[in-house]
Design a protein around this ligand. Structure first.
Ligand code: AMP
Length: 504
């Protein structure tokens, strides 16, 4: 696998692979330690190739474990600390892996879970052991599985193979032209979010220094800025929401990161106002808007936002398709639409996943194979709406109820299904509230099983407290409205449009 070969090359030089709050790991150490854990996995579980679950946050050890998994021919599943314990347990139950590593202090109620100390012992015991390339993941083997929000309340595991990753990183390295100097690249998103694949793979392939920000640091803006000041950051990778958050502080400007060269955005709509402000604060910094679902390996389009594009557009384009892939826009019958006509974005190419882990039903719904001019392509129906204008793709919202809030992908039905687990909730509808063309927060309409005399606020607090057991904080609706009944439409379905009017 390309990044593993490159890692060996960089290991011969003096290069830092990763830095998390001052703790550093060189490429040499990363290569050596990942060989050692891989040797253990191979020796201890000779007949098993099930994925390895890794629970933690931004510890440097996670990178060692991820690379160790790949070297042992296994995929990894990163489950960040922001995942509630119940969700972690659900994924573990579904995957049923041989190896679960827990670097957190949470009790996952799994027998034989590996702790940080266990891993350190293994490294000590296997010190100096090496793994042959024959063991590495190859071809269509999975490298990682990322669990995204699923509409049944059960998360879906997107499988990304070595071939998927190779095609993505090759294109992206050529597009970004980052060079292979050992300069810093932002490693901020949690490893459960596919945006993290960007710094991880692009960074390691090009010999960069991954500059990690942990959850603890990110909870404190001052500490975050102190870290950024030390970083000598060259490549910024984040959602627009994270950059907007940083921009609330006036010191988020060139002086903080004087050598910054590029800012790369993906994951949700990039508002022109954000770019205009970034231009002011970071003059001469290249700004890129990029688009892609986890199912097509992080990114499938990109475009440099020039002054010309910024001035000429109310909404920014998401760009040109990746080399070697095809993006079509289709109507409800799957027929390609004309230029400037809106339709569903369908992606075909080498970076499209084989499907959802152990979930054929969901896989068949959105993935397919198609031959085009004698070449077989894997396809994915994204559920995103878009249109082409002069060969450039634009995004215009979700077909279903999947939304983006502060960069997080959320399926509203997922929240509803979990809300329904809360004691005394009979039914619920969750809706997004739009402000200035952007989702600002969520509202849950709730019908109680047993009515009570408590105020709306008191009921909301009780529900939120219980909901925390099932969902991460970012998925918990800010406001709740207790109702006696829901309005229904002519199909006798809950009338979401009517409810939406209530919050306008
Ligand atoms: P995820 O799989 O979590 O990366 O989320 C993918 C979804 O995020 C896509 O299907 C889009 O709905 C949305 N998305 C990603 N990039 C962009 C972008 N540049 N502009 C608008 N929406 C985006």
């Amino acid at each position: 696998m390309e990044i593993l070969y490159k890692m060996k090359e960089y290991a011969k030089q003096e290069r830092i692979a990763i830095n998390c709050e001052g703790e550093e790991l060189t490429y040499r150490e990363l290569d050596k330690l990942s060989d050692e854990v891989a040797s253990y996995f191979i020796k201890k579980y000779p007949n098993d190739k099930s994925p390895i679950i890794i629970c933690g946050n931004k510890e440097n050890l996670i990178l060692v474990l991820m690379m160790g998994a790949l070297k042992s021919g296994r995929a990894y599943i990163p489950l960040d600390v922001t995942f509630p314990v119940e969700r972690v347990k659900q994924v573990i139950k579904e995957v049923n892996p041989k190896i679960v590593i827990n670097l957190t202090d949470r009790d996952l109620e799994v027998p034989n879970v590996y702790t940080k100390e266990n891993i350190e012992d293994i490294i000590a015991k296997y010190s100096g052991n090496k793994v042959s390339e024959d063991n590495w993941v190859s071809g269509d083997d999975n490298c990682y599985i990322l669990f995204t929000s699923g509409s049944t309340g059960k998360p879906k595991g997107v499988q990304i193979s070595k071939n998927n990753l190779d095609s993505f990183t090759k294109w992206f390295t050529e597009y970004l032209k980052v060079g292979n100097e050992n300069t810093a690249i932002l490693n901020q998103p949690s490893y459960s979010f596919d945006l993290s694949v960007m710094p991880l793979y692009l960074g390691l392939l090009n010999g960069k220094k991954l500059f990690s920000l942990s959850k603890k640091t990110l909870e404190n803006m001052r500490e975050t800025f102190d870290e950024l000041k030390k970083s000598d950051m060259r490549l910024w990778i984040s959602t627009p929401a994270f950059a907007s958050l940083c921009m609330q502080d006036d010191s988020f400007r060139k002086e903080l990161m004087p050598n910054l060269e590029t800012m790369y955005f993906i994951g949700e709509v990039l508002p022109p106002k954000t770019v205009a402000l970034l231009r002011e604060r970071f003059p001469n910094v290249r700004i890129i808007n990029s688009y892609g679902p986890t199912e097509a390996t992080v990114a499938i389009t990109a475009i440099d936002i020039t002054d010309e594009i910024l001035e000429g557009n109310k909404e920014l384009p998401i760009g040109y398709p990746m080399d070697g892939s095809i993006i079509i826009v289709v109507d409800d019958n799957g027929k390609e639409v004309q230029d400037e006509e809106k339709g569903e974005i369908v992606i075909l190419g080498k970076s499209v996943s084989k499907g959802y882990y152990l979930n054929d039903e969901m896989t068949k719904k959105v993935f397919f194979d198609r031959e085009i001019e004698g070449v077989m392509y894997r396809g994915y129906k994204s559920g995103d709406m878009g249109y082409y204008k002069e060969n450039i793709l634009y995004f215009c919202g979700r077909k279903d109820f999947q939304i983006k809030l502060n960069g997080f992908r959320i399926e509203l039905e997922d929240i509803e299904n979990n809300l329904r687990k809360v004691t005394n909730i009979k039914n619920t509808v969750v809706l997004p509230v739009n402000k200035e063309g952007k989702i600002s927060h969520l509202v849950a309409f709730v019908i109680l099983e047993k009515e009570n005399t408590l105020s709306n606020l008191k009921n909301t607090l009780i529900i939120k407290e219980e909901l925390k057991k099932y969902l991460p904080t970012y998925m918990i609706p800010r406001n709740m409205k207790i109702m006696k009944e829901f309005p229904v439409n002519s199909n006798d379905k809950v009338d979401r449009k009517k409810l939406m009017e209530e919050i306008k």
